[in-house]
Design a protein around this ligand. Structure first.
Ligand SMILES: Nc1nc2c(c(=O)[nH]1)N[C@H]1C(S)=C(S)[C@@H](COP(=O)(O)OP(=O)(O)OC[C@H]3O[C@@H](n4cnc5c(N)ncnc54)[C@H](O)[C@@H]3O)O[C@H]1N2
Ligand code: MOO
Length: 416
């Protein structure tokens, strides 16, 4: 029968911040770059800065459907005393016409069409009689009224996007407007996720006594993809040191390995037994709830490796606190931490002294104001995987706080 490892073996109590720093120091940007078409760029991390290749807008153009005029001509215009102008051009968006507008004349112009030379303002169609050959103008125009200036958004050569940002819809659109067709993006880190435990069966398979459906490998695979990595392998390994060692040696090439389960002090805690024996991996008790037992280091050959505690909520919290920042560092993100927000607590709960608590919370509205509530029926219980589905994020309760009361402000990381 396997024996318990000595309870103190290699175990040091460390703060969340100290473990975080250790993790960040143990991973580096992977540095591989892909060139992608803009249509494929959303969700990727920009590898090199983007400077505008053209002025945006590229030419002075109309902000309204109406008439391009010379301001001086319409200075006296009012509903009672309209100014009538000859309409000498019709300019839809895309028009390349370049006709000079002389005094007493106007061009019918649509939103986005270039302002013709000579004209210096646009009168919206609502302020006219809408005429085709001649138009009665019913209002004066301010300087450059309804004119969108060349380069007012960004000028050619100016910085549009900094490296290390996540390319979302708006950033891809900005790159397109700035004249780029493709972008240099960070290659996604290849991540192997391994759920350990002899109790695990395939989701959907009948449960024999003592067996559970493996949720961690799916949780981790989806979290990896969401953080910008690609899953090289996702598998289950029973609590058999020989099998685990075999997999470690024969695994697909990858940039990071994440184990879940088997890191604690149980007699069958296979990740601890195997990684502990290989060297290069530190086992810690981190001052957090959940997620206290943590392993991090490198496999022989240097691939960084996490051993996360097996309880599913602990996996989700550990991923948020340590693995996601590591992946973002590997991707070259400028900012590896997620932004947090102050939110008001709707219900209260207890937090363990001396440990940073990550409470799964759901966003809600009370009396028209945003609040957060515990997402799971049992609060912080790290086995409450079904309740985790209701969480929009985690409330992060500082180490010194023991009592979170209704009405208190807490820091919240929104993960959904
Ligand atoms: N004597 C002690 N026992 C435990 C301690 C301790 O300090 N002393 N810490 C507890 C805490 S906290 C946690 S968290 C767990 C972590 O243990 P392991 O990382 O070794 O995880 P396992 O024992 O393998 O599993 C824990 C729990 O999670 C379930 N699990 C595991 N894998 C999956 C999966 N793929 N999908 C769904 N659920 C999974 C597993 O069945 C267990 O119920 O240790 C405590 N014990
Ligand atoms: O630290 Mo364990 O992850 O609380 O359940």
């Amino acid at each position: 029968m396997p024996t318990f490892p000595p309870a103190s073996a290699g175990v040091a109590a460390v703060s969340v911040d100290a473990h975080f720093e250790r993790v960040l120091a143990g991973v580096a940007p992977i540095g591989r770059v892909d060139a992608v078409r803009l249509a494929d760029a959303a969700g990727r991390t920009l590898a090199t800065a983007v400077d505008a290749r053209v002025d945006v807008p590229a030419f002075d153009n109309s902000a309204m459907d109406g008439y391009a005029v010379r301001r001086a001509d319409v200075a006296s215009a009012s509903p009672d005393a309209p100014v009538v102008l000859d309409v000498v051009a019709d300019l839809p968006a895309g028009s390349a016409e370049d006709r000079l507008i002389e005094p007493g004349r106007a061009a019918r112009i649509m939103t986005g069409a270039p302002i013709p030379p000579g004209a210096d303002a646009v009168v919206a169609v609502e302020r006219t009689d809408g005429g085709s050959d001649r138009v009665a103008i019913l209002a004066a125009a301010r300087p450059a009224h309804h004119v969108r200036r060349r380069g007012e958004d960004v000028r050619a050569g100016e910085r549009v996007l900094e490296p290390g940002v996540l390319l979302d819809a708006a950033r891809v659109a900005a790159a397109a407007a700035a004249g780029l067709a493709e972008l240099a993006v960070a290659a996604p880190p290849r991540v192997a996720v391994v759920a350990t435990g002899s109790e695990l069966v395939e989701p959907g398979a009948p449960l024999g006594r003592g067996r559970i459906h493996d949720s961690n490998s799916l949780l981790l695979a989806a979290l990896v993809a969401d953080a910008g990595g690609v899953v090289s392998e996702a598998l289950r390994v029973p609590d058999d040191p020989g099998l685990l060692l075999e997999w470690i040696e024969a695994r697909e090439p990858c940039d990071l390995v994440v184990f879940a389960g088997g890191v604690s002090v149980g007699a069958h805690d296979v990740v601890r037994h195997v990684l502990g024996g290989l060297g290069g991996v530190g086992f810690s008790r981190v001052a957090m709830q959940p997620g206290a037992p943590q392993a991090f280091g490198a496999l022989p050959g240097g691939t960084p490796v996490f051993g996360l505690p097996g309880n599913p909520v602990s996996v989700a919290v550990s991923f948020e606190a340590f693995v996601r920042p590591a992946l973002r560092r590997m991707l070259g993100h400028a900012d590896v931490r997620r932004a947090t927000w102050r939110a008001t607590v709707d219900d209260g709960w207890r937090s363990p002294p001396g440990r940073r608590q990550y409470m799964p919370v759901a966003l809600a509205v009370r009396d028209g104001r945003p609040v957060v509530r515990r997402a799971t029926r049992g609060g912080a219980g790290s086995h409450l995987v079904a309740g985790l589905a209701s969480a929009d994020g985690f409330a992060i309760v500082p180490e010194e706080v023991e009592d979170v009361a209704a009405g208190d402000a807490v820091e919240v990381a929104i993960t959904r």
